[in-house]
Design a protein around this ligand. Structure first.
Ligand SMILES: O=P(O)(O)OC[C@H]1O[C@H](O[C@H]2O[C@H](CO)[C@@H](O)[C@H](O)[C@H]2O)[C@H](O)[C@@H](O)[C@@H]1O
Length: 274
């Protein structure tokens, strides 16, 4: 596992042994807590990024470690994803007992799933507008979610990707009642207010209520949409944030790749199952 403490100006992780030991020490401290919440983003963290969203799968080593961690009594495992719930279940094949947060928090346990009439009408207009942009820009495509629409640009020529993204962000993305998020080669529009930070806090507080103890939280994510989750962590309470890959971040630690996440998960198994 190569890892480094992270800051907005730090370079990607580079395998510095001294820095690696700081993340290990934070994990070792977290593992002594009576209740632990281990929350992971999916794409780019458990699963390497691929061209087609439907083809993404967890690295086998990460899937095996997650399943082992989900069986530990005082550990709760959660996937906190931007994907729609149906898509997350299909590609992530989550272990029994895993808590699932989807659509950046717009779908999950305890989240109202019905849109009101106004939101439904707005969503229909958003879908129509994003579809029109996707149809006009080769290599882009539309992904539908229960409360939103996503423009994917990974397979498009760079100029087409940039123009299509701008048209979506400045068009329907700027409408009243629409929340726009930019992720890796995606522009996501949603007609409900949701972000991974609020979702993670809700998850943590529900667990605290159930067990009578605030869980110490580890969160790993790779995208700009994960910054809300990193911002919701409380390092003073022992929480650990791990940014995967490069880019500015509020996370305390950084690893380079999903393979590094596999190593981190393996370390979690060894300290939490022991
Ligand atoms: O929060 P996540 O679990 O990381 O989900 C974020 C988005 O993931 C998917 O898109 C990303 O992964 C695709 C497959 O590797 C890739 O092709 C795409 O470019 C990435 O943005 C998913 O399709 C989106 O709906 C999620 O919001």
């Amino acid at each position: 596992m190569s890892a480094s403490p992270s800051s907005s100006s730090s370079p990607p992780a580079g395998g510095d042994g001294a820095l690696l030991s700081e993340l290990r020490a934070a994990i070792d401290a977290l593992s002594a807590a009576p209740s632990v919440l281990l929350a992971f983003d999916f794409d780019g963290v458990l699963a390497p990024i691929v061209e087609q969203p439907g083809a993404a799968r967890s690295l086998p080593a990460s899937a095996a470690s997650l399943a082992a961690l989900a069986r530990v009594d005082r550990v709760s495992v959660a996937l906190v994803s931007g994907r729609a719930m149906a898509s997350l279940r299909e590609v992530a094949d989550p272990p029994d007992g895993a808590l699932l947060v989807a659509s950046h928090g717009a779908e999950g346990d305890g989240v109202p799933s019905d849109l009101d009439d106004e939101q439904r009408a707005l969503l229909a207009r958003v879908v129509e507008a994003v579809r029109a942009v996707a149809d006009a820009h080769e290599g882009t495509h539309l992904e539908l979610k229960p409360a939103g629409a996503v423009l994917h640009t990974r397979s498009a020529a760079r100029d087409a990707a940039a123009e299509a993204s701008r048209l979506v962000a400045d068009g329907p993305g700027a409408w009243e009642g629409v929340r726009a998020l930019r992720g890796k080669e995606v522009v996501e529009l949603s007609v409900v207010e949701a972000d991974k930070g609020s979702a993670l806090v809700a998850l943590r507080d529900r667990l605290a209520e159930r067990t009578g103890t605030r869980p110490v939280v580890l969160y790993a994510g790779d995208d700009v949409t994960d910054e809300d989750a990193f911002g919701a962590l409380e390092p003073a309470a022992g929480d650990v944030g791990v940014k995967v890959g490069d880019g500015e971040t509020a996370a305390e630690f950084r690893v380079g790749t999903p393979e590094d996440v596999s190593a981190l998960l393996q370390h979690l198994v060894s300290v939490l199952r022991g």
